[in-house]
Ligand binder design. Structure first.
Ligand code: GDP
Length: 221
């Protein structure tokens, strides 16, 4: 899968107001400063694309980007865990995230971004546990890999996996990225391509089933 075209579409404060799109959606989330805007820009090869939606006031919004003229949608969710925000704003962000993640039927996968340099943080682990409880499909995307070099990156990821395996029987898909170096771009995009194909196949068999159902009712059986 390659991104040939990426455009900012719209920002909304409520999931109910999000566009009624007919294609799969992939959302990106993580703590503030994890490198989410940089990763989105790197994937889309458009400097400033995600930043355009990051103007003050818009950081509390669900930002939609249209990819390849509607082949799929990329969603930039508000960053969580920013200590300097007041409690009211943090509650507001939590509500937006929870509503989006639980209600958005178009969302195929949530990419949870984690800074590869840090030890596993309680807030991220609790968030992933919550996703598991609600059976939300997610993957982990380690960011800023260029800041530490491949060996340390590998051992940090291994340590992270060990901690996850205390909670989980199976690990989610894991990606190692650097927005700076373009690392992990191909892997992430081919994963999205694979999920898109699965989505198309499921839709086709649903249509075939519906056609069969309507044919059998026409013949009066
Ligand atoms: P956001 O708040 O999650 O959207 O984070 P940003 O994308 O704005 O990144 C936060 C900071 O980390 C910025 O100073 C970025 O330049 C830096 N950053 C993000 N990704 C990378 C990366 O892959 N490598 C390096 N070296 N710095 C990065």
């Amino acid at each position: 899968m390659e991104i040939r075209d990426a455009q900012y579409l719209i920002s909304n404060a409520k999931v109910a107001q999000c566009p009624d799109v007919k294609a799969p959606e992939y959302a990106f989330i993580g703590r503030s400063n994890v490198g989410k805007s940089s990763l989105i820009n790197m994937l889309c090869r458009r400097k400033g694309l995600a930043k355009t939606s990051q103007t003050p006031g818009k950081t509390l919004l669900i930002n939609h980007f249209i990819i390849n003229k509607g082949e799929w949608y990329l969603v930039d969710l508000p960053g969580y865990g920013y200590a300097r925000r007041g409690q009211k704003q943090r509650d507001e962000i939590k509500r937006i995230i929870e509503d989006y993640v639980l209600e958005r039927v178009q969302m195929i996968n949530l990419f949870v971004l984690v800074d590869i340099r840090h030890d596993p943080q309680k807030i991220d682990l609790e968030f992933m546990e919550w996703l598991g409880e609600h059976q939300v499909p997610f993957s982990i995307v380690f960011t800023k890999a260029d800041k530490i070099g491949p060996r340390v990156a590998e051992s940090n990821v291994a340590a992270y996996k060990r901690i996850l395996l205390r909670q989980w029987e199976e690990l989610p898909p894991i990606f190692i990225t650097s927005a700076e170096k373009g690392l992990g771009r191909d892997d992430l995009l081919s994963y999205i391509g694979e999920l898109n194909r699965g989505y198309d196949e499921a839709k086709e068999s649903e249509q075939e089933y519906e056609e069969k159902e309507s044919n059998s009712s026409v013949s009066g059986i």
